[in-house]
Write a protein that binds this ligand. Structure first.
Ligand code: ZN
Length: 455
């Protein structure tokens, strides 16, 4: 049992002052009381629900900064970047993956996220040969979560083909590949591996994309796994939309709307290439859009139609995908700024009653809960104590109250305002730093030294 007290907190019923939050030994919130006296184990200035990071490929963190040169092609694109990424991952060992995952999770926590939703597709050894333990890489990611204390939602990925024509995986993709039977075994072993973690961990499924999975297998896979989150990359690139249309006869969003029984368990990653009817249809389906604005900017994916999506009542979550930067405030700022640049407008995602920062923060806290399959997203009894405290002494928060705190955090500040983070009650960021920062960083430094710059 632990008690927290905050001068201001964004609770499930809005901003409140002098708030006491009681957390039980399992990490669940048991009570939230406003107007409480300042007696507690931990005292904070500003307490917020800590969102889930809804989309990550942890290993890509180690290639941040290595892909910013032009190759021999007329244009560098997502597809040329993908070739570099395939070459890079060929050298990764399980030890590298564990060290990188721990560093990524630590950075997520220090940025204010409480949960890592890991879209995990690097399953096998070089040449595509499975490790003696099929779930070796899963166990390494789970070991990293055990080390960092982050909440883990693990999504083992089904990756069958090199493209919509069902061609064999190319040499860069063979470490991802499974047929449906081996995937079933891997999924079962993933669930077993997560039992070693605290009870807030979650396992789901991730059919990679309509490029990499037979559409009919996808329908069967969803039926075979009736519970838990389902994530899939969808409509990220124009060439992807064209390829799906050529082989399946419909644009990817049109296909999922017609062929899957959609609802809250589905999160579609990116959705940067949608027409208006697709945006409205998918928003109404109850599915969450998993947005990764920094990576989508880095890869030149396009701009998500956030204005239309939110106006239709759609759910959004935020993720760091390639992990080129892990920064909660910057992801939200980039999302809003992409809308402003497109529309030559301001405060695009704000509502008449709520500021841009409040709308964005509320949306990704709630959408992140849905996407991660986790009882979180609001400071209320019964939820996991996924909490982030901001330092009100930061110069850009001086005198700020209520929603203006969120606007200042997202648009004027950065993650240095984050001082404490709890994941399911585990108090693992204190004074702005993860409690095991030094050893996690040392292991990561050693991994990137071994990997070098060659790509
Ligand atoms: Zn991704």
């Amino acid at each position: 049992m632990a008690t927290l007290w905050a001068a201001q907190a964004l609770t499930d019923s809005g901003w409140a002052k002098d708030v006491r939050v009681v957390v039980d030994a399992s990490g669940q919130i048991t009570s939230v009381t406003a107007g409480a006296p300042m007696t507690a184990d931990t005292i904070s200035d500003v307490l917020l629900p800590a969102p889930a990071n809804a989309h990550s490929h942890a290993f890509q963190r180690a290639m941040a900064g290595l892909t910013e040169r032009r190759g021999p092609n007329a244009r560098d694109t997502f597809w040329t970047w993908r070739e570099l990424m395939f070459r890079f991952l060929d050298r990764l060992t399980p030890d590298h993956v564990e060290a990188i995952a721990a560093f990524v999770q630590m950075e997520m926590l220090e940025a204010g996220y409480a949960t890592n939703v890991e879209f995990h597709y690097l399953h096998h050894g070089p040449g595509g040969h499975p490790y003696t333990n099929l779930a070796e890489m899963v166990e390494r990611i789970a070991a990293a979560a055990s080390r960092t204390g982050i909440g883990l939602t693990l999504l083992p990925v089904l990756y069958q083909f090199g493209g919509c024509d069902r061609r064999a995986l190319d040499p860069g993709q063979v470490r991802f590949g499974n047929d449906i039977n081996r995937f079933a075994k891997l999924h079962e072993q993933s669930a077993t591996a997560l039992r070693a973690l605290p009870s807030d961990s979650v396992v789901g499924i991730a059919p990679h994309s309509l490029r990499a999975v037979n559409p009919m297998t996808l329908v069967d896979l969803v039926e075979l796994h009736p519970a838990g989150p389902v994530h899939m990359h969808l409509a990220e690139q124009i060439a992807e939309v064209d390829e799906v249309r050529a082989f399946v006869g419909q644009r990817p969003v049109e296909w999922v709307l017609d062929n899957l029984t959609l609802g809250k368990r589905f999160t579609f990653i990116h959705c940067t290439q949608m027409e208006a009817h697709e945006t409205e249809g998918l928003a109404r389906s109850g599915a969450t859009a998993g947005l990764c604005p920094i990576t989508e900017s880095s890869l030149g994916d396009g701009i998500f139609d956030g204005d239309r999506w939110l106006a239709t009542g759609g759910s959004i979550a935020i993720g760091s995908d390639s992990n080129i930067r892990i920064a909660l405030s910057e992801e939200l700022r980039t999302l809003e700024y992409s809308q402003r640049l497109r529309d030559r407008s301001r405060a695009v995602l704000a509502s008449p009653n709520q500021s841009t920062g409040r709308v964005l923060f509320d949306a990704v806290a709630k959408g992140g809960a849905t996407a991660s399959g986790r009882a979180t997203g609001a400071i209320k009894a019964g939820n996991w104590a996924d909490l982030v405290a901001l330092d009100h002494g930061h110069i850009d928060l001086e005198g700020r109250q209520g929603d203006t705190i969120l606007d200042s955090f997202i648009f004027a500040g950065d993650d240095r305002m984050v001082c404490d983070v709890w994941s399911a009650g585990r108090h693992i960021v204190q004074g702005g730093r993860h409690v095991a920062r030094e050893s996690i960083t040392m292991a990561y430094r050693s991994a990137i030294r071994e990997l070098g710059e060659a790509i």
